[in-house]
Each structure stands twice: as C-alpha cells, then as structure tokens.
Design a protein around this ligand. Sequence first.
Ligand code: DGJ
Length: 731
Amino acid sequence: MSIRYNADSNTFILETRNTSYLMKVSRYGNLLHLYYGERIPDENLDYLIKVQDRGFSPNPNEAGNDRTFSLDYLAQEYSTDGKGDYRVPSMEVMNGDGSQIFSGKVDGFKIYKGKYTIKEMPSLHATARDRVDTLEVRLKDQESGAVAVLCYSVFEGKNIITRSTRFVNEGTCAMRLLKIMSATVDYKDSDYDMVYFSGRHTMEREFNRIPVRSGVHAIGSTRGTSSHQQNPFLILCEKGAGEDHGRCYGYSLIYSGNFIMETERDQFGQVRVNGGINPKGFNFLVSPGETFTAPEMVLAFSSHGFTGLTHLYHDIYRENLSRSPYIKKARPVLINSWEAAYFDFDEEKILNIAREAVGMGVDLFVLDDGWFGKRDDDNSGLGDWKVNRKKLKNGISGLSEEIHKLGLQFGIWIEPEMVSEDSDLYRKHPDWCLKVPGRPMSRGRNQLVLDLSRRDVCDYLVQVVNDLLSDARIEYVKWDMNRSISDVWSGLLPADRQGETSHRYILGLYYVMDEIILKHPEIIFCGCSGGGGRYDGAMLYYQPQIWCSDNTDAKARLKIQYGTSFAYPVCTLESHVSVCPNHQTGRVTPIETRGMVAMDGVLGYELDSTRLSQEEKAVCRDQIRFYKKHYKLIAEGDYYRLSSPYENPYFTAWQHVSKDKKKSLVSLVLTDKESNDAQRYVKLKGLDRNAMYKIEGQKERYSGAVLMYAGIPVPTELKEYEGVQFCLKMV
Ligand code: DGJ
C-alpha cells in the first residue's frame, strides 16, 4: 500500500515513487500537516512540531492551561475556523445556531485500494496499469455535526496525489457552507515564489512569478468560467527554482467555474496554500444528512524544476483524465471557416474553401459560427439551432454529404449555453436565462446565459444538441461559450438558495456534457470559450482538445502556448495557421513560422484557402506532411521549454523528445532581430547524454551531451519572425 497509518506516532504516510506526504493527529485530535516533498525514510517527524507560548494566539479549551498549543501557528491539514486560526480558512460554515465555527477533529479514517470517485464532477481515474490507493479522513465538529471528509488518492508511479473534500451535515440543523476548499497545504517555511497564469481575451495564460509576501494573495475567477483572466493552476516554488532545478509544488483544480487559489504568508513566515471553489457569491444550504462535494485538486511535487512538474501533469492528464478515446489518437488536421468567412458565407463559398483544402492535405472541415437561425452577426440567433437555409440551401446534412464527397470529415460550431434575445428560444422561454427579476440584465456580446442550474433547461439542450448530431454526419464539434456570466439568479431556486446558482450551473454543464459528449465517443469535441477562457482539467475530461486562444498571431501565440504548456499537454492545445496581416495584431509573420507554432499543438488552418497562392498551399501541404510524420513525438513525447519568451527577447525555442529519447523535434522562432547581431546558442534538453544524434538532412553527428551542454548556434541569417525546425535521431 502506498498509504499507511502509523499508530505509534499517529501519523498518516502517503508515498509516491518520489514523494512523501505526512500528517499527524495531535494529542487533541487535530490533523496537523507534517511534510510534503521528496520521498523520505520512514522516521518519526514529531520533532518538526514546535509549540511555544505565542502572544495573542488563543489556546483551544481542551489544551487547558497549556498556553503553547495554538491553531494560530500550527500547520494544519485542513484548517479549523473560529477557534484561533486567523489565516485564510479551508472551510467556513454557518451552523444552525448562526455561529461560524468549524472545529474538525479526527473521527475515523479508511484506507482502500483504488481511487475515490466524485459522482457529479470530472476527476482523474486510475487505469489498469496504475497503482492507486485512497485515504479518507473524517474531521468532525462534535458540537454541530459538521464533517469534512478529506479524500486523498495516491497515484504511486505517477507521483501525483489528488485531493477532494466532502462536507457532510451529520447534525440536526441545516448548515450553510460559505467556503469549502478542495485542498489546503501549510508550509512551515517562507522562501517561496508563486507562479500563476493570468491574462485576458486573446492573451491568455501569461506567466507571472512573484514572491509570496506577508498577507494574502489570491487569484481566481468570479466570471462563472475558469476564465481567460486567471487559470486554475498555481505553482509554489522555492526561490531559486527554474526550469530544470529547484523544488516546485503544483496545484491544478479540475473545475470550470468560479475558483480561488490563495497563498498566505503569516506572522511567523509560514505559508498556506488553499484552492477550491471561489467563496464569492457562494452559499450552499446543506440539510441534515446531505453531502456537498468539492472539486478535485491535483497535487504534484518536483525537485527538478518546472519541467519536472510539467512532465508529471502532462503524463497524468494524457493518461488519467480525458474520457475521449481521441486523447490517444492522431487528430485530423482541420480547416476552420471563422477567420476565412466570419458570418459571410453560403454553401458554395464553404465548398470552395473545402475543395482547396483537400489539395493541402487537410482532413476535416469545420463550419464555425453563423450557420443557424438568424445569425448574420453576433447579435442574434443563439438558441435556434436550426440551419439557416438562405445560407446553406441543402442544410447541414446536405453540406456534410458534399464535404464528405470531397474526402473530408465534417465538423460544426455550437454555443449551447447561450441565448440571444432575438431568438425563438428566448421569445418562448424568457425565464430560462440567468437574470434577476426586477433588475435590468447585463449583456455580454449581446447575449444572455441559459440557466444551466435548471434541469429542464439542461434536458432541453441535451435533446437539441443530440438531435443536431444525429441529423448529419458530424465528426467534430467546437463547443464555444462567449461571455462572462453576470446577473446570477435562477428562477427555480428560493431566495435563500440563490448562492448555489453558480456552482449548480457548472454541475448542470457537466450533466449536459455527460449526456452529449460522453454519449458520442466517436466525435471529437473541442472546447472553446472565446479561445482559451475555459482551459481547465474538467473541460479536458470531456474534450481532448481546446481552442487555445482567439489570437492566431504566431508571435503572440509563443507566449500563450508557453504559459499553457506548464500544466496542459501539447496534444490538448488546438492551434491554427491563419493569414497575414494577422486579424488580431496586424503582424506579418512567415507562413512557415505560423505552421511551426501551430504544430506545437493540434495543428489546424483558419483561412480562406481559395485565396492562398500556389506556393503558400505547397508550404501548407509540407507542414501537414511533416506534422503527421512527427505527430506521435509531438503528442506523446516529453515537452521542454528551451527559452522563456518573457526572459529572452531574441528567440523562443521548444523541444519534443520521445520517451525513449531516440527522437526529438526542435523548434525556434526569432522574435527580435538586431543588426550585426550577437551569435546566440540554444541548449537542448532531455537527450541521452551518452548517445549520438544526427540532425535530419545533415551528415554530422553530435553526442547528446554536446547538444545539451554546448548547444547549437542560432543561425544569424534568420530574419525577424523566421524560425528553424529540425529533427534529431539517435544513431
Ligand atoms: C469565439 C471563438 O473563439 C472563435 O474561434 C469563433 O468560434 C467565434 N467565437 C465565433 O463566434
């Protein structure tokens, strides 16, 4: 078993191949955090718990006259609240008597083989090859009957520990859950930086690194989605940590709605990390006998820097997260109509684009927004998922047949969670969207959000989308979501339960996705929320790929894809070649570079192929051939960031290395060209230092050691935004 309870020291010991995680039951029953980090021998760590009389640190009643025991400074596994711990709490509950106290003491535990399950939300699963054990510890507040069941599953070989918390009301009065974190980890020391990924629409997941300073720093979303603005992924690392060295802890939340990740450095320099559903606007009534489950947090530890952490997340997310069989299959190279035509198309135009794309080697045509209802711009039509015959005279099935005759697969865009006021659906069911009666509602992109906290609305969507999918041959669906949620209020919940709406929306969304996406394993679903506004583990459970950003500019994408790569595997990141000047930035980059950047993900095209020159089409053809040849390496290999676009203004480079280290693909884009430039070098990573490698197309051989430690010169003849890409093979 990778989990043990040592009854002599009252310690729980969780072990993966390279990490240990220890917690201890205090003499008063509190669960104290002891250690998380490199694997350590089985020794008693009691000496780490130092108690002392601290001014203004209250002592719990059970400590009697002992003024040294205080929850104000002890490292806890899941904090108490209202009993003298003033740091950001793991849980806030309002008891039946109005008090806001949770004093959870260990009240039993169980250890079992296999992974705990979360019924209503996505979570990791164990494959037949994984050794996974689970610990559930009950922390009970005896006075109120509130119970927090802390769940830990240990993926031994993958060096991952998942956590979730179940709140159970074992009391006699209804309780209000005001905050519930999926995980808390208390560090006894101070010297940490936090790394997180913030951004905005068309510029997602920008890399941030700041020291953890005194006080609380929170990142999160209250937009109803995991958001463009902050991603539910946080790294806590020691000061000197970098790509290849240093201790780093990863926190990745499998949740698509409002989330929070808090770090707090307290008065004694200790650091607490909390992560879970954002408490803002959250207020969940839990009646006696009822349970509330928090989403899953995936914890990883690496003593080999960010790269080590990235490999842990990439491996587990490729193997143990997605329910789509496509996660393991080569994805078709697609061409998407959005930047090619926006809303302005008819069947002929679409077929012409598709026809030209065949010659480029494309496999799949995706019809984006504008094919349904009254939808000539983005002000109307959402909700009416019936084809617009003025644009597509033979309907979706007719178009799909024609596309298939060309030898292409067919895909379609939908945005099921939304409704336009100018739509038949809204006219029929104005009460089906989120809005507060008596208050003028806010619009986003001139659209409203359907109330997915209602089962009737969800069931309607399941029916409509499943009908659409059965009416035509559809092999790919792009599932979009184009506004931040506001005016949160549900017509079916009583006033005192409105604080449940945002979370119930997300549960409704997962229900809809269960009933549509999981019922169609033969279709590739691509996640999208105005690009990467919902790029999170829960969406990857349903959708093997996500449209990473509405920004298709190759230079901007270097940063966006760099940030995305820290937690999310390359084979989940959809990326397209578009035209220049780029529609978002106006920048002009060579088509070769656009291809190189787009194949650092799931390659696609988003342009009017009828307007490409013969030369450009030939370049695209070569790109697709090259990408398909190296797909396995790109999708299944280990990923290395060779330089940071935030630190190195001159070039951005990255590398894919096969697991057996026999093949590697190196890509580099020159991001700033200076006259009479310095000779720069790029040092490769992940190779076998003792093996010899040959660069494809060249005669010379170099050892892995030379390529990694001496490096390769960056060609000075490269012009700005040009790049190089080459393959290495072990000889
Ligand atoms: C936002 C998406 O990110 C775009 O790719 C496109 O599908 C538009 N929505 C369509 O409205």
